[in-house]
Design a protein around this ligand. Structure first.
Ligand code: KG4
Ligand code: ZN
Length: 402
């Protein structure tokens, strides 16, 4: 009988990660090497630097994951790597290394879509909880049920209907952003306010001390899809289904709110005030915990702006996700990806789900942002179903999940 051990490798953006997961249900190790310090001074990920940092870290990170799990390469059943979507050069480092290891060890290679990985971060956690309740019986089966999954990160804002079937999972795209991802809006707004990178955790921390109703940001309803027919989405992320096939009620757009924040900042001269107080290298410092610490960084008017921005973004994500759940009769919602770490998002989604009697699940904070445990977990059903990658597998920066 197989040991069920899969080594996952993730390098799609700015985190080099490796993890060993048993049967998609028990994390033996999960190592993440962040490149934040490298990209900090640019206020965003620089693709060439990301590839270089992945090359520097990959061997060390994989060895650390194996050592922490107490397993050798020979103990593994398969090696899984993120094949897309993401940055081409960054993806290639992980995929090439995964291929080389698999070839050298005579192990099967499993290609995992990064977005599928984010969805499995939640499923892994649920299986983990279940297996700990049944005294570590890792083979315990979770009654997998279909779920509406909101993947909301720095590169994606996608709604999928995830359905188990034939031993594997199937995904139908329900909605997506037409332009920026929600996390991208967080990062851009944080950058224009002179906050640290990545911006999400800063906005999350500061928003608690502002008035969410101070600035009435509004999201326009996305109009009929006729004019979008055949047009590719204006995003550097996955080129998935043509937008025209999607219900406009489930389409997102976050570039407008970013511009609205910029206009507000210019109009109220907040930028100079905020940037004067906030040193650029702040992201290495501790996030503010108290109102006094927040006020030491920005004036109340900036805190109000930040709280209003977050309130509007979370409100829009909620409105469309719950509308899609209702239209699909989904009894379960999974929210995953870096932005799913957001406190206000978790609180408001949970309250609404409780009100509507819908189940809701999030990954732990560590599993919300990029990691390789989710890649190894997503690979498990593919391993069981014998869905292995061809030797000519390469990175696909715009890989679709459907
Ligand atoms: O999933 P992830 O690590 O990488 C991608 O696949 O993009 O997500 C990173 C994104 C960044 O945009 C970051 O600002 C955002 O997730 N993020 C947050 C929070 N923590 C990370 N956004 C809002 N609130 C947070 N607490
Ligand atoms: Zn991600």
């Amino acid at each position: 009988m197989s040991s069920g051990l899969i080594l996952g490798i993730e390098s799609s953006c700015d985190e080099t990660a490796a993890a060993v997961v048993e049967r998609g249900a028990r994390t033996l190790s999960s190592v993440v090497a962040s490149q934040i310090a490298t990209h900090l001074r640019y206020g965003g990920v620089v693709p060439e630097l990301a590839s270089r940092e992945h090359l520097r870290a990959i061997v060390r990170v994989v060895r650390a994951a194996l050592a922490a799990a107490g397993v050798k390469l020979a103990d593994l059943d398969a090696i899984a790597g993120t094949s897309g979507p993401g940055l081409a050069g960054a993806l290639l480092v992980g995929i090439t290394y995964a291929k080389a290891l698999a070839f050298a060890q005579g192990l099967p290679l499993i290609a995992v879509n990064h977005l599928e990985g984010h969805i499995h971060a939640v499923l892994l956690q649920e299986r983990q909880a279940l297996s700990s309740m049944s005294n570590g019986e890792a083979s315990v089966e979770l009654p997998d049920t279909q779920a509406l999954a909101l993947v909301v990160s720095g590169g994606h804002t996608h709604l999928y209907l995830a359905q188990p079937g034939d031993g594997s999972w199937h995904y139908s795209l329900i909605g997506r952003t037409l332009d920026d991802a929600a996390g991208e809006a967080y990062d851009k707004v944080a950058k224009l306010l002179g906050l640290g990178y990545p911006g999400g955790p800063w906005i999350d921390a500061l928003a608690r001390f502002g008035d969410p109703h101070a600035v009435p940001f509004a999201f326009a309803q996305i109009k009929s899809k006729a004019h979008l027919g055949g047009k590719p989405p204006r995003t550097k992320a996955a080129t998935t289904a043509p937008i025209a096939t999607l219900d406009p009620r489930f389409l997102f757009s976050f570039s407008g709110i970013k511009t609205a924040v910029l206009r507000y900042v210019e109009l109220h001269s907040l930028r100079a005030e905020a940037t004067a107080r906030i040193p650029r290298m702040l992201a290495v410092a501790r996030l503010p915990q108290t109102k006094d610490e927040a006020l030491a960084l920005c004036p109340q008017s900036t805190l109000d702006l930040i709280a209003s921005f977050q309130h509007a973004v979370v409100g829009d994500l909620m409105k469309k996700t719950f509308a899609a759940a209702e239209s699909l009769d989904a009894e379960r919602i999974l929210v995953t990806g870096g932005v799913a770490a957001n406190r206000e998002l978790r609180d408001r989604f949970t309250a609404e789900a409780t009100r509507q009697g819908i189940q809701i699940a999030f990954p732990t904070l560590a599993l919300s942002t990029d990691n390789a445990a989710m890649i190894a977990a997503a690979a498990w059903p593919r391993f069981v179903a014998g869905q292995f990658a061809e030797p000519e597998l390469s990175a696909n920066p715009s890989l679709a999940l459907s």
